[in-house]
Design a protein around this ligand. Structure first.
Ligand SMILES: NC(=O)C1=CN([C@@H]2O[C@H](COP(=O)(O)OP(=O)(O)OC[C@H]3O[C@@H](n4cnc5c(N)ncnc54)[C@H](OP(=O)(O)O)[C@@H]3O)[C@@H](O)[C@H]2O)C=CC1
Length: 301
């Protein structure tokens, strides 16, 4: 569990700034884990980060005390533990009026809302592994959805028709964006798309790595040294993804541009179509989405 206090709460941050503090910037962080050995490991990790790491306190089995001090709470446990953790005595009350951001796969807003007081503002987010390399190599998507309790169900596409924001909702949105845009690209999406997003970009790095490894294997089969084959494959995927993300090109356009009549690309493409690669990949996303929707739910007998 990650806990953050925002700019307005920390006098040291206030004195360093000119002008009023930015209430959307978290300045103090508390990481909560279950076991003392995990806490020791995390302290060493944060300790190695210098002044940045010094802003993070780490505690084992002290969730309540940490949540009481927090403005924003980030829930990052395994999906099946969420109910137990949020059910700890006093935690519900400690979360009163606060922003609770869950990154758990498969645990719905309705479930989270049922475990906290109606005044707790529940948000779901789904970062993915490429966060670790920030946006430098490959920008990634992160999906956030706003609370549904007071929303109008007819207004389903929030990107096209964002609901009017109250000042407090605007601040919450700014806090969420400050936290997550520091590690990648953010998108607000309706909750109904969450499991598909979990499959596409949460599990996506694993699927992409199968493709990456297979490309490199092909290169090795044709005599390339392993390291060079892997670098060429990874660089090719990175460059192609950038052409889509930054250049706005459609994948079919890029494919057609490198496909000379009677050439080697069309020969390779037909071999892929014979192997039903497209439907296999698309089905993998379908199956992973269905599995994501089961993760936070009680096991079926
Ligand atoms: N891995 C990924 O790429 C992504 C994961 N997610 C979601 O993130 C969540 C966490 O996944 P992952 O990081 O793999 O899981 P881990 O098991 O690695 O981490 C879970 C953490 O929760 C802590 N924890 C367990 N019980 C408690 C408790 N009672 N109080 C406080 N802390 C507790 C554990 O502490 P301790 O170490 O002491 O046991 C551990 O640090 C999952 O819900 C997953 O769906 C979302 C997006 C991407």
């Amino acid at each position: 569990m990650g806990i953050a206090q925002n700019g307005s709460r920390t006098p040291r941050a206030r004195s360093r700034r000119r002008g009023p503090p930015d209430a959307s910037v978290p300045t103090r962080f508390i990481a909560c884990v279950a076991r003392e050995d995990s806490a020791t490991r995390l302290r060493a990790t944060f300790g190695a980060l210098g002044p940045l790491g010094a802003a993070v306190e780490v505690h084992a089995s002290e969730n309540l005390a940490a949540v009481q001090k927090a403005d924003v709470v980030l829930l990052c446990c395994k999906p099946q533990l969420a109910h137990t953790i949020l059910g700890e005595p006093g935690l519900k009350e400690a979360l009163d009026g606060k922003l609770l951001i869950s990154i758990l796969a498969g645990v719905t807003m309705a479930q989270m809302n049922a475990w906290v007081l109606p005044t707790t503002k529940v948000i779901r987010a789904m970062p993915n592994t490429p966060c670790k390399v920030r946006a430098r190599i490959l920008r990634f998507l992160l999906r956030l959805t706003t609370p549904t309790r007071h929303s109008d169900p007819r207004r389903h596409d929030r990107r096209l028709h964002p609901p009017p924001l109250s000042p407090s909702t605007e601040l919450d949105r700014a806090i969420i964006l400050k936290i997550f845009s520091s590690i990648g690209r953010c998108r607000f999406l309706d909750e109904k798309h969450f499991d598909a997003c979990t499959a596409l970009s949460g599990s996506g790095p694993a699927f992409a790595c199968i493709f990456l490894e297979a490309m490199a294997d092909g290169g090795v089969m044709m005599g390339l040294p392993r390291a060079e084959a892997l670098e060429l494959a990874a660089q090719t995927l990175q460059g192609t993804a950038r052409m889509v993300l930054q250049g706005g090109a459609h994948p079919a356009q890029i494919k057609d541009a490198v496909t000379t009549p009677g050439g080697c690309t069309i020969a390779g493409l037909l071999a892929m179509e014979d192997g039903r690669l497209r439907s296999t990949i698309a089905r993998a996303i379908q199956v992973a989405t269905e599995r994501a929707s089961e993760l936070g739910q009680p096991a079926k007998k």
